[in-house]
Design a binder for this molecule. Structure first.
Ligand code: DGL
Length: 283
């Protein structure tokens, strides 16, 4: 049995990388929906349908657990799939399967609080001391998931989301670094102008952006802490397996990489991030 990792494209590799380090003996199947990438400009219903199809594909590959290594899918589709599709689908399959997202672990890392924690609202005046910038796809930004969920837990944190419409697509295409650096700097400038000063901390709220995390570091004031989704997700998954031993990880240490798009070797940008050539096979 295996752990499935799903993204619209290569962004989820940043999460996969960390999961493999954390669970070296587990079997992994990575699925990139490159035929339909990017998700960030799509309508909600499309994102739900594509995410569901990706999960079905990974369950058919023998995965027990699918990690949505994609903020757009996690923020827009996950709750709906858990409520309206998974219960019947589990019965149909006759085995325990589940889908987990990456927004919950990221919010836990950003707030320093467990997901179950909700702040008491006392009606006192609140000083928003900590300005948290979230760079994400337009769909994630429009969902306001980070603003809503962080505000429920920490009223001293003010969240400002910056939609970056072009960025996941540029990364997916393996665009030259100069073009990527210009795009990243433009989004950091836009957020800084909107807030009136740079954020105190930032979330790279699209897994593709981890691939160019150094460009965000260069564009933000030196030393701005970044909350890393891959690490937060690996930590959360380890805790999940402790609570749910019924989900099997496999023990062959195999890694398979599938794509709905053009099979073969990925771009130089991905290769540099990955530390070597990476070839996808047809899904
Ligand atoms: N990597 C994804 C995310 O975390 C999706 C990017 C896209 O397809 O637009 O949001």
């Amino acid at each position: 049995m295996a752990i499935g990792v799903f993204d619209s494209g290569v962004g989820g590799l940043s999460v996969h990388h960390r999961l493999v380090e954390r669970f070296p003996k587990a079997d992994f199947v990575y699925l990139a929906d490159q035929a339909n990438t990017p998700y960030g400009g799509r309508r909600g219903e499309e994102i739900v349908a594509l995410t569901r199809a990706g999960c079905e594909r990974l369950f058919a590959e023998g995965c027990d657990l699918v990690v949505l290594a994609c903020n757009t899918a996690s923020g827009i589709a996950l709750r709906r799939l858990q409520q309206t599709w998974l219960p019947d689908y589990r019965r149909e399959l006759g085995r325990p399967v589940n889908v987990l997202g990456i927004i919950v672990p990221t919010i836990e890392a950003a707030t320093g609080l467990p997901w179950e924690h909700e702040a008491e609202r006392r009606g006192d005046k609140v000083e928003k001391l900590d300005i948290l910038g979230v760079f994400s796809t337009p769909a994630t930004a429009a969902s306001r998931v980070y603003e809503i969920e962080i505000d429920k837990r920490r009223q001293d944190v003010a969240v400002f989301s910056q939609p970056c419409p072009d960025l996941a697509g540029l990364i997916e295409e393996g665009s030259p670094r100069a073009a990527l650096a210009e795009a990243v700097a433009g989004h950091v400038r836009a957020l800084t102008t909107r807030i009136g000063r740079p954020p105190d901390r930032a979330i790279l709220g699209c897994t593709h952006y981890e691939i160019v995390a150094d460009l965000f570091r260069d564009a933000l004031p030196p030393g701005t802490p970044l909350i890393h989704q891959p690490q937060a997700t690996a930590d959360a998954l380890a805790r999940y397996f402790e609570r749910h031993p019924e989900f099997r990880q496999g023990e062959g240490g195999t890694r398979r990489f599938l794509t709905t798009g053009k099979a073969g070797v990925q771009s130089g940008l991905v290769e540099a991030f990955w530390g070597g050539p990476l070839s996808f096979t047809p899904a």
